[in-house]
Ligand binder design. Structure first.
Ligand code: GDG
Length: 764
């Protein structure tokens, strides 16, 4: 930096001096010419005023008049002297200051008389710089009768020019000092300062100390660079955390799944095969706000788990392009590289018309299959037109997949969820060499419940095109196998949990989905205690309370939100000492509001919260706070860490990630989870307080149990649950699923004894 400063000072000094000198030189020349012209005309005036009296003298002999005007010309500034000469160069009158015998002057006078013209020159006279005007004198008939010399001292012009140059140099020096100074200050503020701050920050990151990213104003021109350093630093921190975790686990003789381990595992398992993921929701959504395109990542465990795998093996994710700026971001084949900050895999967007989205997504999937698969007493609606759209959209995704897969020898395809029940068959019929799995994120109902679907056979047949079907828990697998057994012509193998139909074997296995533990994410760590987090939240919401319960859900009728509110009411009724002290905050992200049942349900939730609040509220205390908006992940973490108790009271739920997120957030090993027995999570989290959400009074009692639980028991329960979630995290889930899919043997035709793979074999 010091060399840069010196170079800059030198370059600026030379540059500014040259510019200043060049412009001053022109100015000074003009000044000098003006002074000279000035002197010239002064000499002319003197010459002309003398010429009249000289000519009169020569004509009439008026010497007194001549001498008088010679004397008065002596007042002219800088005048050295004047001389009046006759036709024969004889001096008639000469002032004392003028040495008229100097040959230069006589020669000039001669020339002027000879040529009959004025001669005006600057010359040196005895080491003195002078201006000489030599002019002829005329008789009335215009003949030359004599001459006149007017000599001025022009040395003052040189002195004046010298003074001006002096001023120029002083001005130039001041200019150079000011400009160089300002430039150095700007460099210090905008370059060396920020560089020094970034260097301190990077050093702290490199050495693993607590590193605080400098704020934007401190970074100035390096702000965009910091935008790149930030993710780099995060990757470094993650890598360091992963390495530390790995080392810790090696010591503890455990093996925890991390994003890095998953990526490495999947790379090895896939070998030369490419991975294709299909889901309705895309991992990156481009939207236009105020004419600026922004990208958002939907808060979903799927992106967390599948992202690193696709990055590791340069795979392809095919999804519905739902953002209003999505079409602007893709190439001619509807593809783009993601993640945006470090492109590693391909996102292929599939476009759906408004009618298709209505029929396939809102209609068949969410008004038909969703209530069909959840026992929540909302009647499924099956419309033939929705089914047609569902079929057409599945076909559209199949076409897109075939296009993407073209040329791949043994592709591996992972399909997500109930939006694509027909896709496995459509794909397998056209690409028998593909390994195809579908993961069903919601429960599978009993055969009797499923039988009400008019397209039950088509759905089952579509699903059985897959080599592997995954559910969260064994009970859903069993329901599925019973359903197939009852509805389709096939052979169900209860020993290996598989179905053989038309010579094709489908393995049906449980893969309980999970979450990422925030201790793996450095920025998720909090320095606040639960008590401090709580106080901050209450202050933010403008309420007064001591105990905090929370619920986090999409506003969906399967989540048991009304029953939860009623349980809170029942608890406050039975334990009035908690009135004024216990507040339940429900975070309710609006969901599928274009469907009437969801819009109605939203109103029901609001009304129930208002009813209970009206009954109990006093002062700044409220029993229920319903926050009916989408929150970001960071905000959710905040609520999880602050709550004494988290209530998950779904009437029916495939897994329920909120239960696991609450546990993952509780690094302090505190807090109590109240969990519905009808969630998949209840099969793993035995240390939660397990409730039947339909039993309002028992659920209310569980709140009292949670708040009164002694701290030792609370910590022990939470520690057990954290160990379970840590061991079976989202990376473990993805590794299990892909491992099982890679284990599938494709040459199963006619091989009646081929055993279905057990998902746990590869990834323990
Ligand atoms: C289906 C199955 C299965 C909620 N509000 C906000 C928000 N959330 C996040 C939660 C959680 C996710 O949404 C909800 O996941 P769940 O598992 O609880 O429920 P579903 O959405 O119904 O998911 C379910 C799951 O698929 C996975 O297989 O477990 O059984 O029904 O992650 O945190 N996230 C953000 N703002 C909110 O306001 N960012």
């Amino acid at each position: 930096m010091r060399i840069l400063s010196w170079r800059l000072i030198l370059a600026l000094t030379i540059g500014l001096s040259l510019v200043s000198l060049a412009s001053s030189w022109y100015e000074i020349r003009a000044q000098r010419d003006a002074l000279r012209r000035d002197l010239d005309s002064k000499a002319e005036v003197v010459g002309e005023s003398l010429a009249g009296s000289a000519q009169l003298y020569l004509a009439t002999g008026d010497r007194a008049g001549l001498e008088k005007s010679v004397d008065s010309s002596g007042n002219s500034e800088h005048l050295v002297g004047v001389g009046i000469y006759g036709r024969d160069d004889s001096a008639l009158v000469i002032t004392p200051g003028l040495n008229a015998s100097l040959p230069v002057l006589t020669q000039l006078l001669k020339n002027a008389m000879q040529d009959n013209r004025n001669i005006s020159v600057f010359t040196d006279l005895r080491f003195r710089r002078v201006h000489v005007l030599a002019a002829p004198l005329h008789a009335t008939d215009k003949t030359v009768i004599g001459g006149i010399l007017v000599v001025h001292d022009s040395g003052y012009i040189g002195s004046e020019i010298f003074r001006i140059w002096g001023r120029v140099f002083v001005r130039m020096a001041i200019q150079v000092i000011v400009i160089v100074g300002i430039t150095l200050l700007i460099i210090r503020w905008s370059l060396t300062g920020p560089i020094a701050r970034v260097a301190v920050w990077i050093r702290a990151l490199r050495t693993g100390q607590d590193a605080v990213r400098p704020v934007a104003t401190d970074l100035d021109v390096l702000y965009s660079l910091a935008g790149e350093v930030g993710p780099l630093a995060e990757s470094m921190q993650r890598a360091r955390a992963a390495a530390e975790t790995e080392a810790g686990l090696r010591n503890a003789n455990e093996s925890q799944w991390t994003a890095e381990r998953l990526a490495d595992y999947v790379r090895n398992r896939l070998g030369k095969s490419s991975l294709f993921v299909v889901s309705n929701r895309e991992p990156y959504i481009h939207s236009r706000r105020d004419n600026i395109v922004t990208v958002t990542v939907p808060a979903s465990g799927l992106v967390t788990a599948i992202g690193p795998i696709l990055c590791a093996c340069n795979g392809t994710w095919i999804a519905h392009g739902s953002g209003d700026a999505d079409a602007e971001m893709v190439d001619a084949h509807d593809r783009l590289k993601v993640p945006p900050e470090e492109p590693r895999y391909t996102l292929r967007r599939v476009w759906l018309s408004r009618e298709q989205e209505e029929g396939y997504y809102y209609g068949f999937a969410n008004e038909g299959l969703w209530p069909l698969c959840h026992i929540a007493h909302t009647r499924p609606i099956f419309r033939a037109s929705d089914w047609e759209h569902y079929y057409a959209v599945n076909r559209k995704f199949a076409d897109a997949l075939i296009e993407e897969i073209a040329g791949e020898e043994n592709p591996v395809v992972l399909i997500q969820d109930y939006h694509f029940a027909l896709l496995p068959r459509m794909l397998k019929d056209r690409l028998p060499n593909a390994r195809v799995a579908i993961f069903w994120h919601i429960p599978w109902p009993t055969p009797e419940a499923f039988e009400i679907c008019p397209w039950q056979r088509e759905l089952l047949d579509g699903l059985l095109g897959a080599d592997l079907i995954g559910f969260h828990v064994r009970a859903h697998c069993n329901n599925f196998l019973y359903t197939v057994d009852r509805i389709l012509e096939s052979r169900v193998d209860w020993e290996h949990f598989s179905v053989k139909r038309k010579d094709h074997l489908t393995s049906v296995q449980p893969f309980p989905i999970s979450v990422e533990l925030p201790c793996d994410i450095p920025e998720a760590r909090s320095n606040l205690t639960a008590q401090e987090e709580r106080s901050a939240l209450f202050a933010e919401l403008g309420i007064e309370a001591t105990f905090l319960g929370i619920g986090v859900d999409r506003v969906d009728y399967t989540k048991g939100i009304l029953e939860r509110f009623q349980a809170v009411e029942c608890f406050l009724e039975r334990y009035p000492s908690y009135q004024g002290k216990f507040t339940f905050i429900q975070i309710g992200a609006p969901s599928r509001t274009r469907i009437k049942r969801y819009a109605d349900f939203q109103l029901e939730v609001e009304a129930e919260a208002s009813r209970i609040n009206a009954r109990f509220k006093h002062g700044r205390w409220r029993p229920i706070v319903f926050l009916n908006r989408q929150h970001n992940r960071h905000e959710l973490e905040h609520y999880y860490r602050a709550a004494h108790v988290c209530m998950v009271t779904s009437l029916h739920d495939g897994m329920n990630l909120v239960a696991k997120e609450y546990i993952a957030a509780r690094q302090d090993e505190r807090g109590v989870l109240i969990l519905s027995r009808f969630t998949g999570a209840a099969r793993e989290l035995h240390d939660a307080i397990i409730v039947n959400p339909y039993d309002i009074s028992a659920t209310g009692e569980s709140i009292a149990q949670a708040l009164k639980m002694d701290s030792e028991e609370m910590v022990e329960r939470m520690r057990h649950m954290r160990r379970s979630v840590k061991e079976h995290n989202i990376y473990w889930w993805a590794a299990s699923l892909i491992g099982a899919l890679c284990d599938v043997r494709l040459e199963q035709k006619g091989d009646a004894n081929s055993a279905a793979p057990d998902y746990v074999s590869g990834v323990r």
